[in-house]
Write a protein that binds this ligand. Structure first.
Ligand SMILES: [Zn+2]
Length: 148
């Protein structure tokens, strides 16, 4: 049995704004990733429309979610997506700069060096894969690969 088959994204909301650096439209979508009715992470994906010099941000808040759980027991992991004609690639980054807007829902931001090469990274990439395959809104981010 494929473990990943139970892990799926549930889209919540989306918003649109203006990129502070270039004035182009920036989009944010969010939702949760759950396995067997247990939420493993809440994710936020933010990208700037028609902008090859901006890499989309993927932020995951991992840990216990739901009634009786505490924000301080969750961590933020952030990745950049680098579009490419062959499908693109994800890179784990220091999450600190992404923490500001999410301070109320997680205890701390993970550094790249705390994640890369660990079992925790395997879990993060399992979530990334599930998000990529099961949130239909990812098609807009996936389409960036064709613009390179
Ligand atoms: Zn910009």
């Amino acid at each position: 049995m494929n473990e990943t088959s139970h892990l799926a994204a549930t889209p919540w909301e989306k918003s649109e704004g203006t990129c502070t650096c270039c004035g182009r439209t920036s989009k944010t979508i969010w939702g949760d990733l759950s396995q067997d009715n247990t939420a493993l992470a809440v994710y936020f994906v933010q990208w700037t429309v028609e902008s090859s010099d901006h890499n989309p941000n993927f932020d995951f808040v991992l840990g216990p979610w739901g009634e009786g759980t505490l924000a301080e027991n969750r961590v933020l992991v952030s990745l950049l997506f680098k579009p490419a004609a062959d499908g693109g690639a994800f890179m784990i980054i220091d999450a600190e700069e992404r923490l500001k807007a999410k301070r109320s829902i997680c205890g701390r931001a993970m550094l790249r060096c705390e994640v890369v090469g660990t079992r925790f990274a395997d879990e993060v990439f399992r979530l990334v894969d599930a998000l990529w395959l099961t949130d239909p809104r990812m098609s807009e981010v996936q389409a960036l690969n064709n613009g390179i």
